[in-house]
Design a protein around this ligand. Structure first.
Ligand code: XMP
Length: 514
């Protein structure tokens, strides 16, 4: 394992991903972890991330000097670089030598361990106040900028390396190459971490954890639960039962995708609960978005628990495990990035007997989203599942502005299917993060179709581009694709006589309309 020590900015996750892109397994640890504990993990190398502090600020995070003396190769980036410099006797001045953003870097030692095969002038991403003016003894200065005399240093004998900039961001043109040079040349690590190995390793771990007992898994139709279920299925076969609640708020073809394609690809035992009537009844007469969300959430849990209960009552080994598609970013963000396995969890939500306790199986807790997709591909899941765009749990229920009825759901399903078909045909599925299609059920406008007056509903297209759904911008998609979607929806979907485009960023608008 390569440890990425997190000094409290968002850089650590990105660095961990870049290390994995170099096919080397990495884990994030907080900088507050004692060095002895880090070393006890037997890391093949350690990377010190950037961070928001100045090394001179009061309370700035530090590391015991031992980390540089244990014989483990270390690579410091930005804050990590400055920390390495000051700890080992170099000089860092807070003399106002600031650099932010794209900066030209001059490599002074062509062919060094880090810079081998990269040009003498390269563009890097800087973000710092203080600057290193003298490297510690025994280090060679290998790069500089107009402002910073020591922008990179290397000590091949002790296997210690550092750069002032952020090699992990794409704006640093040779960043990935330099990171790989550290891993392969500096630390002598072989790039062997592959999706295939991840699957093999997880299958073995799941078998060990579950033994001869049984496990259950809720399928939502999303990527994470599907890949988690497929992995567990590969490991324990018929000891796993999946539950899929069909609430009738899914898009066209999605329930069939789970029922047919997912089962065909994995051979999983699937219990489909048809709860459409139940949800429609619960939603009757409700227009308020928050009330709708609450009703859908509540009904979902009830139906799911009922299904669990039925499985628990079947003959067979004890059902002791619950599979969940938790991802690494969730683990890191909830402060559990230290790799604690086998977390016990009480899952006593109302409706299940008090003494039932499931142990969680979370085979994706070390993976990033793009790695989950690769694992899904490795397991043979169809692209329609693995490459799916995000879709909200409450489904089409929050894409009908107004009361949710069967007729309205059917109408929206048609319009949405047309939009998705045309976006895919135009090759826009990657560029567009998500494109909610919304029915304004309480709005009517006048139209003319086939010489007659119509009084129908508008459909809203909401194509957005985003990285993490926290912020988003509306996608400037080609007019001819919009025209085609509009023509098809108004021609093919009864009661819709107008298609409008949502041109609002987030903020101020959210991605969904409700
Ligand atoms: P908003 O509308 O808040 O959406 O900008 C941000 C992202 O979250 C999705 N979303 C949900 N996902 N359950 C989910 O699993 C929900 O209740 C839910 N509400 C919104 C939304 O589709 C977008 O990707």
């Amino acid at each position: 394992v390569v440890l990425v020590v997190d000094f409290g900015a968002q850089y650590a996750q990105l660095i961990a991903r870049r290390v994995r892109e170099a096919r080397v397994y990495s884990e994030i640890v907080p900088s507050s972890m004692p060095v002895a504990e880090m070393l006890a993990k037997n890391p093949k190398a350690i990377i010190l991330s950037g961070g928001p502090s100045s090394v001179y600020a009061e309370g700035a995070p530090r590391l015991d000097r031992e980390i540089f003396e244990a014989g483990v190769p270390v690579f410091g980036m930005c804050y990590g670089f400055q920390l390495m410099a000051t700890t080992l006797g170099g000089t860092v001045d807070d003399n106002g030598a600031r650099e932010y953003g794209r900066t030209p870097l001059t490599v002074s030692k062509i062919g060094s361990t880090l810079f081998e095969g990269t040009p003498a002038e390269q563009s890097v991403w800087m973000s710092h106040g203080d600057a290193c003016s003298a490297a510690p003894e025994g280090f060679t200065v290998t790069a500089s900028t107009d402002v910073v005399p020591v922008a990179a240093f290397e000590n091949d004998e002790k296997k210690l390396y550092g750069v002032q900039y952020h090699p992990e961001v794409l704006h640093s043109t040779h960043g990935q190459q330099i990171l790989e040079h550290f891993l392969y040349r500096g630390a002598g690590i072989e790039p062997t971490w592959t999706t295939h190995n991840v699957v093999e390793e997880q299958v073995a771990l799941i078998r060990e954890q579950v033994g001869t007992k049984r496990a259950i898994c809720g399928l939502s139709g999303g990527v994470d639960s599907a890949v988690a279920a497929a992995l567990v299925q590969k490991a324990i076969g018929s000891q796993l039962t999946c539950v899929y609640v069909d609430h009738g708020l899914m898009r066209k073809g999605e329930t069939e995708q789970v029922e047919k394609d997912f089962v065909a690809a994995t051979g999983v035992q699937l219990k489909v609960v048809d709860a459409q009537e139940r949800f429609l009844t619960a939603l009757a007469g409700v227009s308020d978005p928050e009330t709708k969300r609450k009703i859908i959430g509540r009904e979902f849990i009830r139906v799911f628990e009922q299904a669990q209960l039925e499985i628990l009552q079947e003959d067979g080994p004890e059902v002791a495990f619950l599979v969940q598609g938790t991802l690494y970013p969730d683990v890191v963000e909830s402060g559990g990035g230290t790799g604690t396995a086998n977390i016990k969890s009480h899952h006593n939500v109302g409706g299940l007997p008090d003494d039932i306790e499931f142990e969680l199986v979370e085979p994706l807790r070390k993976l990033f989203k793009d790695e989950v997709r690769m694992v899904g591909q490795e397991l043979g899941l169809p692209d329609e599942i693995v490459q799916r765009q995000p879709f909200p749990g409450p489904g089409l229920g929050i894409r009908i502005v107004g009361e949710v009825t069967k007729d309205r759901l059917d109408l929206l399903r048609e319009a949405d299917a047309i939009a998705r078909e045309e976006l895919t045909a135009a090759g826009l599925d990657r560029e567009i993060w998500q494109c909610p299609v919304v029915l304004l059920a309480d709005v009517r406008s006048v139209g003319v179709q086939g010489d007659g007056r119509t009084y129908g509903h508008p459909i809203v297209l909401r194509p957005v581009s985003s990285e993490d759904a926290m912020t988003a911008d509306w996608t400037r998609m080609p007019y001819d694709v919009l025209a085609k979607i509009s023509t098809r929806i108004t021609n093919e979907v009864a009661d819709v006589n107008r298609v409008v485009l949502d041109v609002t960023s987030k903020p101020p608008g959210t991605i969904e309309w409700e």
